[in-house]
Write a protein that binds this ligand. Sequence first.
Ligand SMILES: C[S@@+](CC[C@H](N)C(=O)[O-])C[C@H]1O[C@@H](n2cnc3c(N)ncnc32)[C@H](O)[C@@H]1O
Ligand SMILES: [Zn+2]
Length: 286
Amino acid sequence: MAGLCFTEQVRGQNSLGQGNVEMAHEALGRLAEMLRCTVCGAEGLLVSQGVIRCRCGRLIPVRGFLIDMMDEEQCRVTMTFGQAAMRWKPLVAVYNGLWRHMTFPFATWIPFSTEQEIILGYHGFCPQYRLLDIACGPGTYTRRYAEAIGSEGIVVGVDASGEMLEQAAQVAARKALHTMWLIKADASKIPFRDNMFDGVNCTGALHLFDHIDPVLERIHAVLKPQGVFTLMTFCKSRSSTVNKVAELLGIHLVDRVKLEESLCKAGLTIRDVRSSRRMLLVCAHK
Ligand SMILES: C[S@@+](CC[C@H](N)C(=O)[O-])C[C@H]1O[C@@H](n2cnc3c(N)ncnc32)[C@H](O)[C@@H]1O
Ligand SMILES: [Zn+2]
């Protein structure tokens, strides 16, 4: 139970009774079984003494509902300006409230609530729905999913930014969302076994990845057959200056045709595409 003291601290204000702490511990065990070690590839990890252990000797720290699976080598990888900005505390602090609601609609011309309605509508939640939110940031969608999914479901947010994940953990604590887990990892190394999720979401982030093909391959692998993949990203502008400036900032505006080819190459079948100004919303199935 040692690793669960953070559970009480963060979720806390003593809102987790003993029964809930035990349930959280069991849920951690179930989540560990779904994991795959990104170092040796072993599948199904074990929890003991508050950490997740792999047979290769790797110890994965757990702080409440926050699991750190980012390995040392990944931490050293050079970040683009766009990725580094996602660790800048002033931006992290205003991301959910101000940034996401004000700047995104400027580029998309649709309110965030409409985007959210469309994305949530693509996932037909059932009580045991398992959803993975890639590049979840401060839990913009993760918490909405956790609210929509019942107590038997599971929502996992993955992000490379510890600062964003801390923010997501605080929101989960405030709202007592006990089915929501957060994992620090790189999107190209999603640390889950194959066929684990009914749905995967990736919003507002594809354009920040240096290479999208490895990410899409992993998304295809972790989805169950017929699983749903939703994404929202930004397309290239007709102005080459805008595209060049974006590139300088580490924002790789997407070419719609190339994205559709990449989805297809990864084994995903496109079911719906909607666009509004620079925004592209896609629903695909495995
Ligand atoms: C603009 S935020 C999007 C957050 C949220 N999904 C949303 O819809 O608002 C982009 C997120 O992508 C994350 N990110 C960027 N590159 C990543 C990578 N290679 N692996 C995991 N997360 C990454 C950043 O840390 C950041 O939290
Ligand atoms: Zn291992």
